[in-house]
Ligand binder design. Structure first.
Ligand code: ADP
Length: 463
């Protein structure tokens, strides 16, 4: 492993910081410290843990502008989106600060008069998290907050491209008094740190947000020590426009769902499936709006679309666009680029593709970029078949004002998150997660604390 990671601004390629990579010994020591501090942390009463979490949220909000700027520098997203992400990140801390006080057990009537049965919950132990670059703050707090609320200790490895926001947030947690061994970060290569996490007998749970292949390997590697796993993996979200949809509204929501973070989120719309009678009008309206999106450095005030995170991401997007054009698609806007491999910046201008078909790569794989491919359908079952024809099952969206069409779509779409006339359904108070190869478990909402808890059953006899 190199001794340092270079963190570059993806909008300019400029070096922002060099971050020290932890040695294997240091990471093993951190895991031991996390394990050793569990006993004490888990016994601290829930109201005190809640207070510390509220203070963490508060100090993050006090430093909101600085954190958002750091996030834009390392991730590239427009400053407005970074400010929004800081709010989104603290919303998880706020939610789980309250949930800490609501970890309830049960009593169950026994089958004899001489027994009493008590069910209680206890934290599972040290949690190791691996997080992605696309939401450097929120993907971490969505895991750290329920873990700490439950009484678990927590260690995170942020993505190589965006470690700075995570480091800042963890330092702020220490500043408000959450012990340094209770919430920690380590810096290193994904595979190497991932192996240290999964091989460690101290780690009781792996929580991961990232690609499906890496998630599968973490699940396999967790088997030897039978760790708990929560996996938030890839998506390939369909967005269906029914014949009766309010097109103006649907277009505005499609813009949010498709182009947020330059299309680099796992719930971003990836396939737009439109009824044949409205496909022309929808495509025209969408194209008009997309033409107005301002591409640039996220620190500039009016930027709406920032850079692509790195060369690998850029190459994938460009190859998908070219593949679609080669196979007969037409670009209504976009297919324009501003990239410099030597300097290290990569912009893809928002692109709308029509005449797309199922043989194109873009209809088969997650794009993670600002490209909106449009395909048409005749019958609603055909739209459902296209939507479900993927191993992924994270998010799906549809637009209709007909309640029968809406409930039918909801019943038949195999996705964990469904937006009906809603292009942005994610929130701290709801369960986020996917079906099929999009993952295991849920984050957020009441469901999001359960994966950090064990259920213990006590039977008292001879009463
Ligand atoms: P992406 O291709 O979008 O970067 P990844 O799944 O590769 O998605 O990365 C998400 C996170 O997983 C990052 O923190 C990365 O360092 C980490 N990672 C990458 N490869 C592995 C691996 N083999 N084991 C564990 N973590 C990994």
């Amino acid at each position: 492993m190199p001794k340092q990671f270079k963190v570059n601004n993806p909008a300019t390629g400029e070096l922002i910081a060099e971050v020290k990579v932890n040695s294997e010994e240091e990471i093993k020591q951190s895991l031991k410290n996390g394990h050793d501090s569990f006993e004490k942390w888990s016994k601290i009463n829930a109201h005190e843990r809640s207070r510390l979490l509220r203070n963490w949220s508060h100090i993050i909000q006090e430093n909101k502008e600085q954190i958002a700027e750091l996030m834009t520098l390392e991730n590239g997203k427009p400053l407005k989106e970074s400010l929004g992400e800081v709010d989104y990140a603290t919303s998880y801390i706020d939610w789980y600060a309250e949930e800490a006080k609501r970890i309830y057990g049960r009593t169950i009537p026994a089958a004899t008069e001489t027994k009493r049965i008590v069910i209680s919950k206890q934290p599972i132990g040290l949690v190791a998290a691996i997080t992605p670059w696309n939401f450097p703050a929120a993907m971490m707090t969505r895991k750290a907050a329920p873990a700490l609320a439950a009484g678990c200790t927590f260690i995170v490895k942020p993505a190589e491209d965006t470690p700075l926001t995570t480091i800042k947030l963890i330092e702020l947690a220490h500043e408000v008094g959450i012990p340094t061994d209770v919430v920690q970060y380590v810096i290193g290569d994904g595979k190497e740190v991932g192996d240290l996490f999964t091989n460690s007998e101290y780690v009781r749970k792996i929580t991961f947000t990232g690609s499906t292949p890496v998630g599968k390997s973490l699940i396999k590697n967790s088997a030897d020590t039978v760790k708990h796993v929560t996996m938030e993996l890839g998506g390939h979200a369909p967005l269906i426009i029914a014949e009766d949809a309010d097109l103006e509204f649907a277009v505005s929501q499609t813009i949010i769902s498709k182009f947020r973070n330059a299309g680099q989120t796992c719930v971003c719309t990836n396939r737009i499936i439109v009824h044949e009678n409205v496909v022309e009008e929808f495509s025209k309206k969408l194209t008009e709006k997309v033409k107005k999106l301002k591409v640039g450095n996220g620190l500039e005030k009016d930027t709406q679309i920032g850079p692509i995170i790195n060369e690998k991401g850029y190459d994938k997007i460009v190859s998908q666009i070219h593949d679609a054009l080669d196979k007969g698609a037409e670009a209504l806007v976009g297919n324009q680029y501003n990239a410099n491999k030597e300097q290290g910046y990569f912009f893809v201008y928002p692109t709308v593709l029509k005449n797309v078909n199922l043989n194109m790569m873009i209809m088969q794989e997650e794009t993670f970029g600002p490209v909106a491919p449009i395909i048409s359908f005749k019958e609603i079952d055909e739209a459902i078949e296209i939507a479900n024809s993927t191993p992924y099952g994270l998010a799906a969206y549809f637009f209709t004002n007909d309640y029968r069409t809406g409930t039918y779509l909801h019943d038949h779409l195999d996705f964990g998150i469904v937006g009906w006339n809603d292009g942005a359904p994610s929130a701290a108070h709801v369960p986020f997660g996917g079906l099929k190869e999009s993952g295991l478990g849920r984050e957020g909402g009441t469901e999001g604390i359960e994966p950090y808890l064990e259920t213990k059953y006590l039977s008292i006899g001879n009463v």
